[in-house]
Design a binder for this molecule. Structure first.
Ligand SMILES: [Zn+2]
Length: 363
């Protein structure tokens, strides 16, 4: 049972004193070969080898997983169903290893032998997305009825490549999944770059209605220029369009973030008294909403008479508060300074929220 000892990382005591040091990687690869040979004629051996391959993949030992599948595929008694299964897992191994052309080939073999199935469809969609073929990823998700992801990858396809936003693809994305914030956001950003402010307001009005109050802030975010520290420093939208924008925000059900953004935009255009009113509206909805408190404090500073020492201390505290990341995943609590559509930690879609509490723990 040398292969089993090797597999478990055990070595004979004598190895410690032998002139040639043991090589665990070679031992394990030899063990896989031994295991495959030993089980060649055993019922259920395919399941055991597959499970072992999956364990290797989970541990990140992808070369061993690939070796295990390849040995299995050499077996002459493998049923077609098992062949398809092993090709599928081999495709996943190659995909995790970043060898995308081989992953594609293995998944094609799986489809040729075993036909289509939902797990294969999902793996193909992930593979297209990973390889940067966003249009194929979108089509694949659409075929599976996953419209949210289909719209997301259409937007990625519309904004990568030639450097010119493909408005046709954006419109298609909004048709597939009308609540897609990224589809509306990219349309709005395109109109902002064109300085077509009437179009910006029309899209904002439609978009705020489509994505709902919870995600409305995503569409308003590009109207303000934030410093790295998250301080709103300047309004992107011209002063002459500000009242039009406030009317659009007012048309939709009130929510903390849109009211807060309205206040920030007003302050950026030196309409301080109105800005205070909008920030106070957010505090009526949620007294703990710290971004509004920070804005109100900042606006009231010129009215205060402070000693230089006090001013210095306050400035330090305000700077630290502004360094806090502005967004948080509503599902897992991950904090981020930038907008995200799929949480990089828990992989949930459109779970982004404005960080409401400064006391939130975590990174
Ligand atoms: Zn998350």
């Amino acid at each position: 049972m040398q292969w089993l000892r090797s597999l478990l990382g055990l070595h004979d005591h004598a190895d410690l004193f032998s002139p040639v040091p043991p090589n665990p990687a070679q031992d394990a690869l030899a063990a896989i070969d031994d295991l495959s040979r030993a089980m060649r004629n055993h019922q259920g051996a395919v399941d055991i080898c597959s499970a072992l391959g999956n364990l290797y993949r989970m541990r990140g030992e992808l070369d061993r997983a690939i070796q295990m599948r390849s040995s299995l595929l050499h077996r002459v008694d493998l049923s077609r169903e098992d062949q398809a299964r092993v090709w599928f897992e081999l495709g996943r191994d190659y995909s995790r290893a970043g060898i995308l052309d081989r992953a594609q080939e293995a998944l094609r073999q799986c489809r040729d032998i075993g036909g289509e199935n939902p797990a294969l469809d999902l793996e193909l969609a992930l593979l297209h997305a990973k390889g940067g073929d966003f249009l194929s990823a979108s089509r694949q998700y659409k075929k599976m009825g996953h419209n949210l992801q289909a719209a997301h990858y259409l937007v990625r396809a519309a904004t990568t490549g030639s450097g010119v936003t493909d408005l046709g693809l954006l419109a298609e994305a909004r048709e597939i999944h009308p609540a897609s914030p990224e589809a509306w956001l990219e349309g709005i950003m395109f109109q902002i770059n064109q300085e077509a402010w009437d179009n910006v307001l029309v899209l904002l009005d439609q978009g705020l209605g489509a994505v709902g109050p919870n995600l409305g802030f995503v569409l308003l975010d590009p109207l303000l220029d934030f410093e790295d520290s998250g301080v709103p420093v300047k309004a992107i939208i011209p002063a002459s369009y500000l009242d039009g924008l406030l009317a659009v925000i007012d048309k939709h059900p009130p929510d903390l973030a849109p009211l807060h953004y309205a206040g920030c935009l007003l302050r950026a255009h030196d309409r301080v008294e109105e800005a205070k009113t909008w920030q106070e509206k957010t505090l009526l909805m949620s007294p703990a909403f710290w971004p509004a408190r920070l804005e109100l404090l900042t606006m009231s500073l010129p009215e205060q008479h402070m000693t230089p020492v006090f001013e210095l201390q306050l400035e330090f505290l305000l700077r630290r508060a502004r360094e806090a990341k502005r967004f948080v995943c509503g599902r897992c609590g991950l904090k981020r300074g930038q907008i995200f559509f799929c949480c990089p930690k828990c992989m949930s879609w459109h779970s982004i929220t404005i960080r409401q509490l400064l006391s939130d723990e975590g990174s």
